[in-house]
Design a protein around this ligand. Structure first.
Ligand SMILES: [Zn+2]
Length: 82
C-alpha cells in the first residue's frame, strides 16, 4: 500500500488562510478569522443539532411513557360503552 501524502498544509491559527475566498480578498484574513471560524460554526451547528436530537428523543421517550401509562389506565379502567 502506498502511503498517501497529506495535501493539506498544517495551518496555524495565525497563518494566512490559503482558501480561494481569501485569495479574492484585498486584505487576506488569518486562518482563525477565515475558515477556522466556519469550521467552528459548523461544529457549533452540529453540536446544537445533536443537542436538539437529544431533546427530541427525550421528549419521544416521555411521550411513549405517557402512552404506556394511558394504555395501562385503559386496561385498568375500561371504558364502558352503553
Ligand atoms: Zn479561508
Amino acid at each position: 500500500m502506498p502511503t498517501i501524502k497529506r495535501k493539506h498544509i498544517k495551518l496555524k491559527r495565525n497563518s494566512i488562510c490559503p482558501c480561494d475566498e481569501n485569495d479574492k480578498r484585498e486584505k487576506p484574513l488569518k486562518y482563525k478569522n477565515c475558515c477556522l471560524k466556519e469550521v467552528r460554526n459548523s461544529e457549533q451547528q452540529i453540536r446544537m443539532l445533536h443537542h436538539h436530537d437529544k431533546r427530541v428523543s427525550k421528549a419521544k421517550k416521555e411521550m411513549d411513557a405517557a402512552i404506556e401509562r394511558d394504555n395501562q389506565y385503559a386496561i385498568d379502567h375500561p371504558i364502558i360503552i352503553p
